[in-house]
Design a protein around this ligand. Structure first.
Ligand code: SF4
Length: 226
């Protein structure tokens, strides 16, 4: 829609149309969702800032944004600081789907916990160059894809470990002790990041089995790669 509005864009009109065409309900009303985040290519594959100077012959149009050009130019998401360079590279190399990439790169616990578990088991640090092997990337992607197809995903207002109610967000917990008198799962952080909601202990075991399978497959593939 943005690019179809011609060279002299009426930004107020664009905002009005963007608001009407957005059919997804917001998870949290108090967080501003920028209407200028969109596809910057013709194939709807690359997501970025529609006001960025690189796509407007050097002209920075972000003065029209809610946050203003200074904040837009300087802001980095928490993953930029909290994920290591290897963790960031691994996500980047394993995923070429913008949607899943967005879900995974912003979930610090999900990425870090995977790294911690596989590195502990292997007794070695993961090396980004091993991801040049297509099979290793594929095994890593299979783990990340749990985000898209998680059997135990809560039907309630969740995004990863966060849940939303009214105008607030909180961090979700799985009440192992209270509900089933058991200790927390060894995959607790991953289960919470996957927005899990369980009815009984059997479901937790099944969920652990699904995660275990992906981790084992990754380690086996990684160790057999050159
Ligand atoms: S950089 Fe600013 S204007 Fe661009 S998408 Fe992000 S918040 Fe919106």
């Amino acid at each position: 829609m943005f690019f179809s509005m011609g060279k002299d864009i009426d930004f107020d009109e664009y905002r009005r149309l963007a608001e009407i065409s957005d059919s997804n309900p917001k998870l949290l009303e108090s967080i501003y969702n920028c209407e200028f985040l969109g596809f910057i290519d013709g194939d709807d594959k690359r997501v970025g800032c529609l006001l960025h100077p690189s796509i407007h012959q050097g002209v920075n149009l972000r003065e029209y944004s809610f946050y203003g050009p200074e904040l837009c130019a300087r802001h980095f998401c928490p993953s930029y600081a909290h994920l290591t360079a290897v963790e960031q590279s691994a996500v980047f190399m394993a995923l070429d789907d913008w949607y899943l990439y967005g879900q995974v790169i912003t979930d610090i616990d999900f990425v870090k916990e995977f790294f911690r578990l596989v590195q502990d088991r292997m007794g070695d640090s993961l090396r980004a160059e091993r991801l040049q092997d297509r099979r290793v990337r594929s095994a890593l992607r299979a783990f990340f894809e749990l985000k898209e197809s998680w059997k135990f995903c809560s039907p309630h207002n969740r995004l990863g470990k966060y849940y939303f109610s009214h105008s607030e967000y909180q961090i979700a917990r799985i009440e192992y002790e209270k509900r089933w008198k058991i200790k927390p799962s060894k995959f607790d952080k991953i289960l919470v990041s996957l927005s899990s909601d369980f009815e009984n202990q059997k479901e937790i075991w099944e969920a652990e089995g699904l995660i275990e399978e992906k981790i084992e497959k990754f380690i086996e593939t990684y160790c057999s790669s050159s």
